[in-house]
Design a protein around this ligand. Structure first.
Ligand code: PEP
Length: 268
């Protein structure tokens, strides 16, 4: 993959992923999945041009696979082991996720970095195992509120991206970046469209500086309190290629409406 001469002309298919986190049960998951399928049946054209999927908790991935197979929606996981296989009690490997026909796997969500002390070495291993298994890693990066206030946003993101560049460039496999300012996750605070664009453009330039092949074609999602009311403005920015959605992905109508906002991006 070589970078195109004119990055402005690169078309990136909008992508919206729902991160259900550790929420729900079988009944709630069934209800949410049927809501998504119903929404697609009722307004199929409104979702044409967008790629979308959900990342349920591990025990419900099989259910999502069974219900969503053959639909417009894909599915993925919220995490993956940084080991290949073997005596790692409680872990789930990339090949197991591939067995469940997952397309995506989130890597380095800020909750995992903060609560489970995930390191760059572990995240790099996750990216590598995901690629080997044929999964698309969705690498999450973002700064905390205090880092933003100290004007360290670019420095923090540069370190997070540089820490993973070797893993991201070791193969020609696809990956997605999700910019999720930690101060905006689950708080109701959202980066303004201009703030998001500024950071997304920075991320893209940093990928290119790290010699990531085809940096202009990498999809960069925004995450952090994306809602039906702010999705269109965020996705209207040139480098915001869709969203990673937490809370609003637990309500089928809201998630569908965010997917429809992203679909508008593909017809601009
Ligand atoms: C997330 O956790 O990935 C997320 C973006 O959450 P929320 O949309 O609830 O802020």
């Amino acid at each position: 993959m070589t970078a195109p001469a004119n990055p402005e002309k690169v078309r990136r298919k909008p992508l919206v992923l729902g991160n259900w986190k550790m929420n729900g049960d079988v009944a709630a998951s069934e209800q949410l999945l049927s809501g998504l399928l119903r929404g697609d049946r009722e307004l199929p054209d409104a979702l044409a041009g967008v790629e979308a999927g959900v990342c349920p908790p591990y025990p419900y991935i099989g259910l999502a696979a069974a219900r969503l197979a053959g639909s417009r929606f894909g599915w993925g996981a919220q995490n993956v082991a940084h080991f290949e296989d073997g005596a790692y009690t409680g872990e789930v490997s990339a090949t197991m996720l591939r067995d469940l026909a997952c397309t995506w796997v989130l890597v380095g969500h800020s909750e995992r970095r903060a609560l489970f002390d995930e390191t760059d070495a572990q995240l790099s291993a996750k990216v590598e195992f995901a690629h080997r298994a044929g999964l698309i890693p969705v690498v999450c990066v973002g700064e905390s509120r205090s880092e933003r206030e100290a004007l360290m946003t670019e420095q923090v993101l540069a370190a997070q991206i540089d820490g993973l560049c070797a893993a991201l460039t070791s193969t020609n496999e696809q990956f997605v970046i999700a910019y999720e300012p930690v101060w905006a996750i689950g708080t109701g605070l959202t980066a303004s469209p201009e703030q998001a664009q500024q950071v997304h453009a920075f991320i893209r330039s940093r990928l290119a500086a790290g010699r990531v092949p085809g940096a202009a074609g990498v999809r960069i999602l925004y995450g952090g309190s994306v809602k039906p009311s702010n999705a269109q403005a965020l996705f209207g920015q040139p480098d915001v290629d869709g969203g990673l959605v937490g809370g609003a992905s637990l309500v089928a109508e809201d998630f569908l409406s965010i997917c429809r906002a992203a679909a508008l991006r593909s017809i601009r």
